[in-house]
Design a binder for this molecule. Structure first.
Ligand code: FAD
Length: 638
C-alpha cells in the first residue's frame, strides 16, 4: 500500500501558502452543521478545539483529567522556539527549518518541517495577544535563550514554567468557547475506542472515570491530541497519567503507527534513586545555557565531593567532544555521551549513573541573583527532591525517557490513513524525525492546533456531507460491548500481581534493550520477554474494585495492557530499522568515533505499521522521505 503524504507541489517555501490559497472553504452558516471530536486538552488539543469552535464548528472535547488545564503540557519548563530573529543573531525561517531537520537526523518530512518553522512566529504573536507573560528584556522586547542543536537564541520562555503559561492561554481561549456553548467539554472521560464505519472515523467510545459509564459519541471528524507514550518505560519525565491507549486503540482500528521506536531520552533528569520511585523529574534543557556538564577525569575521584575536585581533574566531556555546540549538543548526543562516561565507571552519585551540571562559572560571571531569576523554580524543585543546594554545588543529572517522536502516521494535512481521523501534537509521528530539538514540541503542538489543523480539517470537511451516524449503529454497539468485556475480564482475573508491578517490569525490559543503546540480540530478547510478561499479565494481574465507579487500579491496568502490546511494536520497529539515527542507536551501526551511522540508501523512510490482529506480526509500510532542498549529510556538532 502506498502512503500518500499529500505534500503540495511547488517550491518548499511556497507549499503552505499554496495549500491555503487552494484549500476548500465552508461558509460560516454551514460550519455549525459539522461536529468535531477533539480528544486531549494539552497545548495541541486546547488550541485546536478553541480555534475550531471560533471558526464556527460544533466541538466536543474530552480529557481524562478533572480540568482541561491539568494536561501534561503544563509541565513543560524551558521554552518554545520561533524564528523571530529578535536578537539579530542570524535566525530565519530557513535556519529553524534546517536545524530541526538536521536535529531529527534527516528522518522527517521536509515540507512539514518547513511549514512548522514558517508558522512559528505567528504562535508567539498569538500567545502574546492572549497575555502569556513571556520573559522580557529591559527594553521591553521578548527575551530569548538557547536550546540544544542551535547556535543562536530563539527560545521564548516564561521562567521555568513555559508550558503552564502557554496552556493557560489556550485554556482561556477554550473556556471562552465553552461559555458560548460552542465547545462541549467532557472532563474525566477516557477514550477507550475509536469507531470506524465504512473505513472512516465516525466517533469514539469513552468511559466516565467517576461513574464508570461507557458511552458513545459520533462526529464528522475525530482529532486525537492525546500526547506521547514515554511512560511505556514506566519511569519517565511524563506525568503518570500519560499513556498510549488512545493512539494504540486507533492503531488497532486501522490507523498506522509510525516510527514507534523513535523515543527521546533526555540528558538532564534527576537520577533514579531506587525501586520505589514512580516517576522521574526533568531539569530543563534551558539549564544547559549556563550549566557545564562534567565528570571526574579519573574513576578514583567519583566518590569525592564535587567541590573538592580541582578544575584540572574534571572532564567537561560535551565541551571536549563537541566544541562548537558544547553543552548545547542535541539531546540524543548529550545523553549517549553521559551514558558512555558512566559506562567507563566515571559516573557520580550513589548509583554511579550521574553526571554533574555545574553553575559555579555562571554564578561567578552573572551573579547568583541573575541565575535565580532565570532558573529559580528549577533550583528549588531540585533542592526539594534531592536535599542539595545547586547554587553551592553542582546538580547531579542522568538521561531519562522524556518524549516520543513516533506516533500515528499523518499526511501533510495531519490526517491519518483513516479518513476523518486527524492527529496532532505529540500524538502524531510529528515533525521531529529521529530526535526532537528542545523547545520544539510546544512549537509543534501549537502550530498544529492554532494554525495548521483549522485549515486542513476545513479543507477535508468541505468534501464530505455533514451528518452523524446513529449511536445505535452496529459499530458503536460492537465497540461499546468490547470495552465492557475488556474491563470485566481485567476485574475477573484475581491474580497475584498489580498492574504497576507488571508496568515496572516492562519498563526494565525496555530500558535495558530498547533504551539508549539497542542491539539485535537484545531486541529479540526483549520481544520474547514482553510476550511472556503479557501472557502472565492476562493470567495473573489483580485488579480490585468494580467498573461502576472511580477505580484507578482498573484505569491503570487497562493502560498497562496496551503498553504490553505496544512495547512489542516498539521493539520490532527498532529491530527492523537496521541503522542508527537520532535517538535510535543500534550498536551495530556506529561511526569510528561512536556516533550514529545512518543508512540513507535503505532507511530514508518513515516506517508505518499496520495492525493485522492479535498475536500476528503487523505489516511494515514505508513512506519514502524525499529531500528536495536539504542535502543529507552526516550530522556533526563538533
Ligand atoms: C517535564 C517536561 C518538560 C517539557 N518541557 C518542554 C519545553 O520546555 N519545551 C517544549 O517544546 N517541550 C517540552 N516538553 C514536551 C512537551 O511538553 C509535550 O510534548 C507537549 O506538551 C505535548 O502536548 P500535547 O498537547 O501533544 O499532549 P499533552 O499535553 O500530553 O495532553 C494530552 C491530553 O490528552 C488527554 N488524553 C490522553 N489520553 C486520553 C484518553 N485516552 N482519553 C481522553 N483524554 C486523553 C489528556 O487528558 C490530556 O488532556 C516537556 C515535556 C516534559 C515531560
Amino acid at each position: 500500500m502506498s502512503l500518500d503524504a499529500k505534500v503540495p507541489s511547488g517550491p518548499l517555501a511556497e507549499k503552505w501558502t499554496r495549500f491555503k490559497r487552494e484549500q476548500r472553504l465552508i461558509s460560516p452558516a454551514n460550519k455549525a452543521k459539522y461536529t468535531i471530536i477533539v480528544v486531549g486538552t494539552g497545548l495541541a488539543g486546547a488550541s485546536a478545539a478553541a480555534t475550531l469552535a471560533e471558526l464556527g464548528y460544533k466541538v466536543l472535547v474530552f480529557c481524562f483529567h478533572d480540568t482541561p488545564r491539568r494536561a501534561h503540557s503544563i509541565a513543560a519548563q524551558g521554552g518554545i522556539n520561533a524564528a523571530k530573529n529578535y536578537r539579530n543573531d542570524g535566525d530565519s525561517v530557513f535556519r529553524l527549518f534546517y536545524d530541526t531537520i538536521k536535529g531529527g537526523d534527516f528522518r522527517s518530512r521536509e515540507a512539514n518541517v518547513y511549514r512548522l518553522a514558517e508558522v512559528s512566529g505567528n504562535i508567539i504573536d498569538q500567545c502574546v495577544a492572549q497575555g502569556v507573560p513571556f520573559a522580557r528584556e529591559y527594553g521591553g522586547l521578548l527575551e530569548t535563550r538557547s536550546f540544544g542543536g542551535a547556535q543562536l537564541q530563539r527560545t521564548f520562555y516564561c521562567r521555568g514554567q513555559t508550558g503552564q503559561q502557554l496552556l493557560l492561554g489556550a485554556y482561556q481561549a477554550l473556556c471562552r468557547q465553552i461559555s458560548y456553548g460552542a465547545v462541549h467539554m467532557f472532563p474525566r472521560c477516557e477514550m477507550l475506542d475509536l469507531v470506524v464505519i465504512d473505513g472512516r472515523a465516525r466517533g469514539i467510545v469513552t468511559r466516565h472515570l467517576v461513574t464508570g459509564k461507557i458511552e458513545s459519541f459520533a462526529a464528522d471528524a475525530v482529532v486525537l491530541a492525546t500526547g506521547g507514550y514515554s511512560n511505556v518505560f514506566y519511569l519517565s519525565t511524563n506525568a503518570i497519567g500519560c499513556n498510549v491507549s488512545a493512539t494504540y486503540r486507533a492503531y488497532k482500528r486501522g490507523a498506522f503507527f509510525a516510527n514507534p521506536c523513535f523515543t527521546q531520552i533526555h540528558p538532564t533528569c534527576i537520577p533514579v534513586s531506587g525501586e520505589h520511585q514512580s516517576k522521574l523529574t526533568l531539569m530543563s534543557e534551558s539549564l544547559r545555557n549556563d550549566g557545564r556538564v562534567w565528570v571526574p577525569k579519573r574513576r578514583e575521584d567519583v566518590g569525592k565531593h564535587p567541590n573538592d575536585i580541582p578544575e584540572s581533574d574534571r572532564d567537561y566531556f560535551l565541551e571536549r567532544k563537541y566544541p562548537s555546540y558544547g553543552n548545547l549538543a542535541p539531546r540524543d548526543i548529550a545523553s549517549r555521551a553521559a551514558k558512555e562516561v558512566c559506562d567507563e565507571g566515571r559516573g557520580v552519585g550513589p548509583s554511579g549513573r550521574g553526571v554533574y551540571l555545574d553553575f559555579a562559572d555562571a554564578i561567578r560571571r552573572q551573579g547568583i541573583e541573575r541565575i535565580r531569576e532565570k532558573y529559580g523554580n528549577l533550583f528549588d524543585m531540585y533542592e526539594r527532591i534531592t536535599g542539595e543546594n545547586a547554587y553551592t554545588q553542582p546538580m547531579r543529572i542522568y538521561p531519562a525517557p522524556h518524549y516520543t517522536m513516533g506516533g500515528l502516521w499523518v499526511n501533510y494535512e495531519l490526517m491519518s490513513n483513516l479518513p476523518g481521523l486527524f492527529v496532532i501534537g505529540e500524538a502524531n509521528f510529528s515533525d521531529h524525525g529521529a530526535n526532537r530539538l528542545g523547545a520544539s514540541a510546544l512549537m509543534q503542538g501549537l502550530a498544529d492546533g492554532y494554525f495548521i489543523l483549522p485549515s486542513t480539517l476545513t479543507h477535508w470537511l468541505a468534501g464530505v456531507k455533514p451528518g452523524l451516524p446513529p449511536l445505535d449503529h452496529p459499530e458503536f454497539r460492537r465497540c461499546e460491548a468490547e470495552a465492557h468485556q475488556r474491563l470485566k475480564r481485567l476485574l475477573s482475573i484475581g491474580g497475584q500481581k498489580t498492574a504497576v508491578e507488571f508496568h515496572r517490569h516492562l519498563g526494565h525490559i525496555l530500558w535495558d534493550h530498547v533504551g539508549m543503546a539497542r542491539r539485535r540480540e537484545g531486541l529479540l530478547q526483549a520481544i520474547e520477554q514482553i510476550r511472556n510478561l503479557r501472557e502472565e499479565f492476562w493470567r495473573n494481574v489483580r485488579v480490585p474494585g468494580s467498573d461502576a465507579d472511580l477505580n484507578m487500579a482498573l484505569e491503570r491496568a487497562n493502560r498497562v495492557a496496551d503498553y504490553l502490546e505496544f512495547a512489542e511494536l516498539m521493539a520490532l520497529d527498532a529491530l527492523r530499522r537496521e541503522e542508527s539515527c537520532g535517538g535510535h542507536f543500534r550498536v551495530e551501526h556506529q561511526t569510528a568515533d561512536g556516533e550514529a551511522k545512518r543508512d540513507d540508501e535503505r532507511f530514508c523512510h518513515v516506517a508505518a505499521w499496520e495492525y493485522t490482529g492479535p498475536d500476528r506480526e503487523p505489516i511494515r509500510h514505508e513512506e519514502p522521505l524525499i529531500f528536495e532542498t536539504v542535502k543529507l549529510t552526516e550530522r556533526s556538532y563538533k
